[in-house]
Design a protein around this ligand. Structure first.
Ligand code: ADQ
Length: 730
């Protein structure tokens, strides 16, 4: 059985000590419970902080905690009070949380916090390394542990490490404010897979690593040293059946009835969040206030139940927010309340699962309007409990969930007018419409539930590891060199496929500087004058430049990355499209959009994938198609894949040209007994891919490659070609 190590700031079990006795509490709603069926396939362990600081426990306690937690497959990381202040309350909650949720004015940049963060990440790394066997899958969760991937990688270079962000990843302009930004990015890039709730967050991350560290990506794939790192979106699901099933339980039905009875014949609006400034609770109360002011007919006819779960109570902004909410609740109730009617019922406490589900089930409307939210599970849970289909969700467009729950009433939480209108719309929405909208969302949430989310993440991680192994590139050892030279000398028909810039000449900055120098001219002269050799220079340069530079040589040429080919003694000609491997990368993205856009579908053509949306709701389709186009353009920008917009369709197609296609022109010509291909960048990978097995493929420089061998630099390429008979040193 495979070993899975989950790592998060908090363990799913918390420990407290009261009057000398240790107590253990399982968190009920958390990730761990949702993933119970997924776990069965693994031998899993969870590493994290058990919620009690080291000062509060004796040596003996530690031992006891370790033993008891181990029975539940958990392993504690002990943290002292002062480290916790710096790492958790400080850097995690006063720096990263506000910054990543665009509350820049709340973000504190404090070196001491940062050092504490680094220290605790190091402690986590030591514990993980202790546990992880070579074949273990390590899945790290969230912004508290962004340095951990690299720290583990340093000790376990081959480990499978996945990292999932539960909060938004901000745009470059915001992320760059962080004084320790590069170290954080390097820390994350220690992972093999970095997952986000949405493509927007993934895009922001890719843009940050490009602009700050210079890493380019191809379809979310980055070359970090000699490893591939993949960045992708995995919108987190919920345990749908658990919520849908719970509503049918007699005790929950009884509780829901009790709530409804208390509310009377009024409509019930529900608001549930952790008490956090990102959730927009004061703004929501102000909207409710405005709603009652504008719609006097709803006075005494509607009740807002506002549940706020205590959170980070030690942080000042949260204390201020709590007071602010309490004042606002008082204000709204004072302004609108009557003897028999309290407009806002305010509960400041965590709720047991049954109570929470009963509230979801009883509510006519859920008002979920965060200012920013990585995903927001409340909105999904609410929809799951609507077994008879009745109920309306009002959802902020800034919650990650908004891109999956398009049938909800979507609002800009800063637009009060719009939110007030949305409340009215929700309260007056015909039942059939409520049912229709909810059924569609339910189908989607059922399919993409939390188990599938976790499984897809792990599958993707394993796939990335496989790819890394497949693309392992080996240095040319003296033995290999000897073999290449030996095979070359024995062969009578030899094909040499050579890239130009970065392979035969170093990158020269200005294009004109890269023209062949005398040494190279001599080398090429030597190679081409041997009648057993067919030399093809495969370049991204235009035809004119290639003609100017290589006119005097008896050489074959490929220009503009395979658009043009010129065989020896003939004229330039165009080539046509051929390969389709990109489809595997693009299809899952189209499938995800199809899932989220009811009525849309995918058509597969020989050289293209087409997303049709003419049968989808036009308004939703307008939003989705824009989003899809942006996503595709971003993901395909470094490849020769085109994204075309047609009439109610988005078409993705290979532009039909690659160096690989061009290389086939010669590869298929004869039965060569020696083939050597050398290249240095992404475009040369297409050449390596079409080579027969017996061919020698050589990548110049580092980075992942399909080539079998690597060589350090253009100088070394010249040396090798010289040894083959190019006589560069003459
Ligand atoms: P949160 O900010 O905590 O999570 P959310 O996604 O809504 O926000 O999750 C809250 C969870 O707590 C829900 O599963 C809910 O059932 C539970 N809960 C809510 N109210 C409760 C109450 N009164 N008592 C007990 N339990 C309650 C962070 C990110 C989100 C992201 C999640 C998951 O901020 O954006 O969606 O992680 O990745």
């Amino acid at each position: 059985m495979k070993k899975l190590i989950m790592v998060s700031n908090r363990l799913p079990i918390s420990v407290t000590k009261k009057e000398g006795a240790l107590k253990f509490y399982k968190s009920t709603g958390g990730l761990a419970t949702g993933l119970s069926s997924f776990y069965r396939n693994y031998e899993s362990k969870w590493i994290g902080w058990p919620g009690i600081t080291s000062e509060k426990i004796s040596k003996e306690d530690r031992k006891k905690i370790r033993e008891s937690l181990l029975e539940e497959n958990c392993y504690p990381v002990f943290i002292s009070q002062s480290d916790l202040e710096r790492y958790y309350y400080g850097f995690s909650n006063k720096t990263i949380w506000p910054l990543f949720h665009y509350f820049i004015q709340y973000a504190v940049f404090n070196k001491n916090f940062w050092e504490g963060y680094r220290k605790v990440n190091r402690t986590f790394a030591e514990e993980v390394v202790e546990f992880a066997r070579k074949d273990a899958i390590i899945w790290i969760h969230d912004y508290h542990l962004m340095l951990l991937p690299r720290m583990i990688r340093e000790k376990l270079p081959d480990a499978s490490i996945g990292f999932f962000f539960h909060i938004p990843f901000p745009s470059f302009e915001v992320f760059r404010l962080l004084p320790w930004r590069n170290e954080i990015l390097h820390g994350l890039l220690g992972a093999d897979l970095i997952g986000f709730h949405s493509y927007d967050y993934a895009r922001h991350f890719l843009s940050c690593i490009h602009r700050l560290l210079g890493y380019e990506h191809m379809l979310g794939q980055i070359n970090v040293e000699d490893r591939i790192v993949r960045v992708d979106a995995f919108p987190m699901g919920i345990d749908f059946d658990k919520f849908a099933g719970a509503v049918k339980k007699p005790e929950i039905q009884k509780e829901a009835k009790r709530i409804k009875k208390k509310i009377g014949d009024r409509k019930m609006i529900l608001s549930v969040d952790r008490l956090d400034y990102t959730k927009g609770i004061p703004q929501r109360l102000e909207c409710f206030d405005l709603f009652l002011e504008r719609n006097s007919e709803y006075r005494e006819k509607v009740t807002l139940i506002l549940v706020a779960v205590p959170s980070r109570t030690g942080v000042e902004h949260y204390q201020i927010l709590k007071r602010q909410i309490e004042e606002l609740v008082g204000k709204v109730n004072g302004r609108h309340g009557t003897i028999g009617w309290v407009p806002v019922w305010y509960l400041y406490r965590p709720l047991p699962f049954n109570k929470l589900v009963a509230l979801y089930s009883a509510a006519d409307v859920a008002l979920v309007t965060p200012m920013r939210d990585g995903m927001n599970l409340i909105s999904k849970e609410y929809i799951a409990t609507k077994v008879d289909g009745r109920g309306v969700l009002i959802l902020s467009e800034r919650a990650g969930a908004a891109s999956e729950l398009g049938e909800a009433i979507i609002v800009n939480p800063d637009n009060r007018e719009e939110t007030v209108r949305a409340i009215k719309e929700a309260l007056t929405m015909p039942e059939e419409e409520q049912i229709e909208r909810n059924r569609t969302m339910q189908e989607r949430l059922k399919r993409y539930n939390v188990t599938r989310w976790a499984q897809e993440f792990i599958d993707r991680l394993e796939h990335t590891k496989e790819l890394q192994r497949a693309l392992q590139v080996h240095r040319i050892t003296p033995q290999v060199r000897k073999r290449i030279i030996g095979d070359y000398s024995k062969a009578t028909r030899r094909l040499l496929l050579l890239d130009y810039d970065g392979t035969l000449v170093p990158f020269a900055g200005k294009p004109s500087r890269a023209q062949p120098d005398p040494e190279l001219r001599k080398l090429l002269g030597g190679l081409t004058s041997d009648r057993r050799n067919e030399v093809v220079i495969i370049s991204g340069r235009d035809r004119k430049t290639l003609d100017n530079w290589f006119g005097p040589f008896d050489v074959n040429l490929v220009g503009e990355h395979g658009v043009w080919i010129k065989e020896r003694g003939e004229d330039w000609r165009l080539i046509e499209p051929l390969k389709n491997d990109w489809k595997e990368e693009i299809r899952p993205i189209l499938e995800l959009f199809t899932d989220r856009t009811p009525g849309s579908f995918i058509e597969e053509k020989e050289y293209s994938l087409v997303w049709h949306y003419r049968r989808a709701n036009p308004e939703l389709a307008a939003i989705r198609s824009r989003e899809l186009k942006e996503t595709l353009l971003d993901l395909t920008q470094n490849r020769d894949i085109g994204v075309l917009e047609g009439n109610k369709v988005i078409e993705v197609k290979k532009v039909g040209i690659s160096k690989g296609k061009a290389a086939l022109n010669w590869l298929e010509k004869e039965n060569w007994d020696f083939i050597l291909a050398i290249g240095d960048d992404w475009t040369d990978e297409d050449v390596f891919e079409v080579l027969p097995e017996k061919a020698y493929s050589v990548k110049v420089g580092f980075g992942f490659s399909r080539a079998a061998y690597r060589i350090e630099s253009p100088e070394k390429v010249r040396e090798l070609l010289g040894q083959l008979g190019g006589k560069s040193d003459e």
